[in-house]
Write a protein that binds this ligand. Structure first.
Ligand code: PEP
Length: 253
């Protein structure tokens, strides 16, 4: 059975003081939860402090973005090796905000995926369709294109050390939800596509759902057979809400 994972994405929120309190509460809460892995994607400047606070806790440290380049004249970028020095276990790759706001292409997401793995981190590859693409019946072709870019560059074996996150763009930070059935259908499609290349890797791959997951809808989403946890934005900034979502993943098992 696939181990559940719930990852919080703080996006560009927080301060040294508020982070400390939030992590304290999440660490404390996680000490009473079993059977679910938990990680938080922290903004770059806070990683060093978070890594110290999270050391020896049940909460993993993660980053929100990574450069595809190993080093060099890339002002403002942060390499995978730098993140690895701060105990980052995971890093988001291809988040829809990176794709939509910063123009990141499928090829660039694939290059970031490879760079993250080369430094020993597990990329969380985010895929998802816009509302326009869904309405045009292009949900599957969109997520397939995003996934295939990584499969072509990294090979299917690389997925064994990664996580996939299905995040419909129209549900992120909007308060709109995909129904559990809508989400399950896309998760099953993604798993099936990977199974076409390697059954075992597909069966073991954790596919998270993200997009306005809240305590009220988490349980129904996580009860679906191909949903292995969540990528949580807004609700990860409130310790009680985040922990309730983690508990909802625990109760599926
Ligand atoms: C996200 O940041 O990936 C996300 C899913 O955000 P939210 O939960 O706020 O929709």
């Amino acid at each position: 059975m696939r181990a559940r994972l719930v990852a919080g994405n703080w996006k560009m929120h927080g301060s040294r003081t508020s982070n400390r309190a939030l992590l304290d509460a999440v660490i404390r809460g996680m000490s009473e939860i079993s059977g679910v892995e938990c990680a938080v994607c922290v903004p770059f400047p806070y990683l060093a402090e978070a890594a110290v606070q999270l050391a020896r806790s049940a909460v993993g440290c993660a980053a929100q973005n990574v450069s595809e380049h190993a080093q060099g004249a890339y002002t403002g970028e942060v390499s995978a090796a730098m993140l690895a020095e701060f105990d980052c276990r995971y890093v988001l790759v291809g988040h829809s905000e990176r794709r939509q706001i910063f123009g990141e292409t499928d090829a660039r997401a694939a290059a970031k995926f490879v760079a993250a793995q080369a430094a020993g981190m597990a990329p969380i590859l985010c895929v998802g369709e816009t509302l326009e693409e869904r309405d045009a019946g292009r949900t599957e072709s969109t997520v397939a294109r995003q996934l295939d870019a990584v499969l072509e560059k990294a090979g299917v074996a690389a997925l064994a050390k990664s996580v996939l996150a299905y995040e419909p763009v129209w549900t992120i930070g909007t308060g709109r939800n995909a129904t559990p059935e809508q989400a399950q259908a896309v998760h099953a499609f993604l798993r099936g596509r990977i199974a076409g290349r390697n059954n075992e890797i597909a069966a073991r791959l954790r596919i998270l759902y993200g997009g306005s997951v809240k305590p009220a809808n988490a349980k129904a989403l996580f009860s679906m057979s191909d949903i292995d946890g969540g990528l949580i934005g807004g609700a990860s900034l409130v310790a009680d809400d985040f922990l309730e979502i983690v508990r909802a993943a625990e109760s599926r098992g």
